[in-house]
Ligand binder design. Structure first.
Ligand code: ADP
Length: 195
């Protein structure tokens, strides 16, 4: 129908650290539709100290994926919200074939417009450099880079620089970075063929 023809459902596909979150935010502002980041949702759950947050903490910090059921349920609830009916920018979901199949089923059940997939491709060595230099503020959820995007007045969304002391995300330790790249190669990269 006319409504779903105008719906923009966009999926940013790529390795961690490729810049999906940054591009998703820009697209979200430009198109006026929400960004749906499962990583942000999981970090928010941890900040609240919810049972779910506690359950996924160790997996996230070690660089492993959390169980499919957990993220599928989060996304299902989000997509049902009235402010997500004009479309959505998916960032960090789906990350496994099982998640992609569940998303297809949700789209079919609710008559959403087909997903447009954008592949963000960056060499692993550049990704290692970006992730190792990444800094993050738990308060404003701002993401920075020690040299490429240092925190300074005006570029931290919810904090001023004095109250926004970015920290190294636990999953930016070298062992965790390698685990995340491994999870991407083994579990997420096959989605290239799927789509
Ligand atoms: P990045 O893209 O930098 O790896 P994200 O914020 O997308 O970071 O995700 C952080 C962590 O949250 C992941 O390493 C994983 O543990 C968990 N996570 C996020 N999205 C998913 C998903 N779709 N499936 C499984 N785990 C996820």
């Amino acid at each position: 129908d006319g409504e779903s023809a105008m719906q923009h459902n966009i999926y940013l596909f790529g390795a961690p650290g490729a810049g999906k979150g940054t591009q998703a935010q820009l697209l979200s502002e430009k198109l006026g539709i929400p960004q749906l980041s499962t990583g942000d949702m999981l970090r928010a759950a941890r900040k609240e100290g919810s049972e779910l947050g506690n359950r996924v903490a160790a997996l996230m910090d070690s660089g492993q994926l959390v169980p499919d059921e957990v993220v599928i349920e989060l996304v299902k609830q989000r997509l049902a919200r009235p402010d997500h009916q004009a479309g959505v920018i998916l960032d960090g979901f789906p990350r496994t074939i099982k998640q992609a199949e569940a998303l297809d089923a949700m789209f079919a059940a609710t008559g959403r417009a087909p997903l447009r997939v954008i592949s963000v491709e960056v060499a692993f060595d550049e990704i290692r450099r970006r992730l190792a230099g990444r800094r993050w503020c738990a308060r404003c959820n701002g993401t920075f880079h020690v040299t490429d995007n240092p925190p300074r007045p005006g570029n931290s969304p919810g904090c001023d620089v004095s109250s926004c002391p970015p920290a190294v995300r636990p999953d930016a330790r070298p062992e965790a970075i390698e685990k995340r790249l491994q999870a991407y190669s083994q579990q997420t990269a096959p989605l290239m063929d799927y789509y």
